[in-house]
Every structure is written in C-alpha cells, then in structure tokens.
Design a protein. Sequence first.
Length: 405
Amino acid sequence: MPTERAILHVDMDAFFAAIAVLDDPRLRGQPVLTGSNGPRGVVTTASYEAREFGCHSAMPMAQAKRLCPHAQVVQVPGQRIREVSRHLFAILEQFTPLMQPLSVDEAFLDVTGSRRLCGEPVQIARNLKEQIDNELNLIASVGVSFNKFLAKLASDLDKPDGLTVITPPNLDRTLLPLPVSKIWGIGPATCRSLERHGVRHIADLRQLTFKQLQRQYGKQAEYFYRLCRGIDHRPVVPDRNAKSIGQEQTFGQDLIDPQDVRAFLMTQTEQVGRRLRTHGLSARGVSVKIRFGDYQTITRSATLHRASRLTTELWHAARQLFDMWASQSFSPVRLIGVTATQLTHGENQLDLFCDRGRSKRQKLDQALDQIADRFGAGCVHRGAGRPEYPATAPPDQQCTISNQG
C-alpha cells in the first residue's frame, strides 16, 4: 500500500434485514424482506436469501412477494436502525477520527495515520470487521485501497462478508475486466451510449482518448478518464470539517409513490440534524437532490433566514422543497438526498432565548438525542406527515427557495 493514503470503505451487508434477523433469530436462513407489507409498500432491504429469487431494495413489495411467496416481511423500527447505526459509527471512530459517513450503514475511513497504533490497513480492516461482529453480531464488507473510488469499489466485489484489497500492483487486474456500470455516475443511459461505441468494460473505456470522451460526454469526460485509471484525489472529510453534511439513498428500482420518497427524506433530515448537533454546527442552507431512473438529477435549494441545527426547521425547508416539486412535476425517483449547507459553528443563542417556540424545539432535539444516546431508542419518532402545498411556515422558519437542474 502506498504510504501517502490508506482508505477503507465499510458497508454493512443487508443492514435492515440483518437487524431484523438479529432481533428475531427465527428468521435466520429464511428470505427476509424489510418494509411495508401494504398494497403500495416498498422493499427497503432484501436479505441475501431473498435476492436469490430476484428481490432487491426499492422493489414494490407486491412484486417481491410474487417472486418469493415464502419471504418473511418485517418492518424494522426507525429508532432501532438509528440505535445500531450510532453503535456502528462509535466503533469506526475508535480506529480513526477521519471518518466520513455516507448513510446509516456506510462510511469512508482514512487510516493513513492509524498504522502506528492499529497496524497495517488490511489488519485494521480485519480487526474492524471482527469488532463489528463481536459487538453488534452483524457482518460488514470492507474495501481497502489508496483512494475513495477504489475502496468503495472493493467493498462491493466480494459481498457478503467481503474484505477486498486493491493496490497499485493489482489495480489493472481488478479494475479493467469490470463493467463500466461499476464507475460512479455511469447509469443505464450512459451505459447504453457507451455500448453503442463498443465500450462495455472499463478496459474498453480506458482505450478512448480524452478528446474522444470529451466529444461524447462533455464535462463528464475528465471524470470518466480519471476513474477508469483508478485516479481519485478526494479526501475523507469528517463532519466536523465538512462544508456540508448530507444523507442520500439510491434505490434499486424507482419509487413511484411520493409518500414513500418523503418518508426516506424525513429520516435523512433527522440524521443530518443529529450530525450537525454532534459537531456543534448550524446550517444556513438546505438542498434536496432528486435523481430519476434515466440518471437526470435536479437540485432544489433553500436559504434559511438564520442558521439552524433544529430538525423541525431543517425538515420544514426540505419538506417545502420536495412538496413544491412533487405537486408540480413528480416523476419516479431513483435517488433522494438532503444536505445541510453554508455551515457555521455554534448557534445564535439570543434568538433561542427570545423565541420560546424555537427554544422548545431545541430542547426537544436535545431530549431525543440524549434518549437515543443513552437507551438506543426514542420514545417519540417523528413522522413525515402529509404533503403541505402550498407550504406555509411561521416567520422563524421561512426560507428562500431556488431551483437547479
């Protein structure tokens, strides 16, 4: 491994389904689907036993049950998922302070500076997997490499329970035979475009010159050119040093019900709010990212009238952005995400003392955070509610909205 950087990507295997099996051992070895069992329910996770029948996340539950009629359908409470997620990230932070969460069950770790105390990167990965197994009784797959792209790629190559290492000597042997779809940002539409030019594998993509890529793909050319060569200079950015903090979720199949998408957005906003408060940060902006099945992506942004770390205020802005878009031009969603932007340290205490309503919302967040940290489950779980359009808000929660894409 190069001495300059050692990056791990940790990804839990079938996270929601694994929690369901952990809480009910009778499910072990059976095909498990997590999510709502209603007529418009959606699969949030399919266990590996269920995947053998063609089931996958974001598939309509009715379709998954037709593929696997004997599957066990389970709903895992959101507070239970957050409890396990917090414990997971507490384990990861024991190995390095340079940890960048990507979702409730996935993170990058820069362990370059951890060698002296924790050993070489591969040994760190083994120890990390063992500790997750011992403390959570869950299985993680880990990719080890010298940049983020390759580490994430590696973690997906040998699931479940994988530990894959990509080094400069084995880079081409590992990377070149893979389909081009393994490169971030290359979705079905781009794959079809590349196939028309005889490009099916990363090896084929590498044969194209930069000028050829630029003629076909414009601004994406440099991105494709670098990644097909395994080049990625992006640093691992912990929340405390980040310019923005976000959560997003990609679905295996487009979500067709706006309420399902909205529920994911609510959970993501809660996670973003908790991460802001953990690091003493507040946000002046909120953005919602929406990607469709053809990989077209749009962003809707709002500027808050004052910096906030309160979940209710962040959610009002995200909800308003989503409801306004959904009421005018909803299309099936492949990815949904929310990001807190324009981060500042601290919060305006004078506003909190002068505004009793805002002070109460701060105390509610503090209480829920403390309960979750101490007991691992909240007594109160926020719901996404129903759409409000046109969305209205008290003056202290108003924001200015802009559209991108």
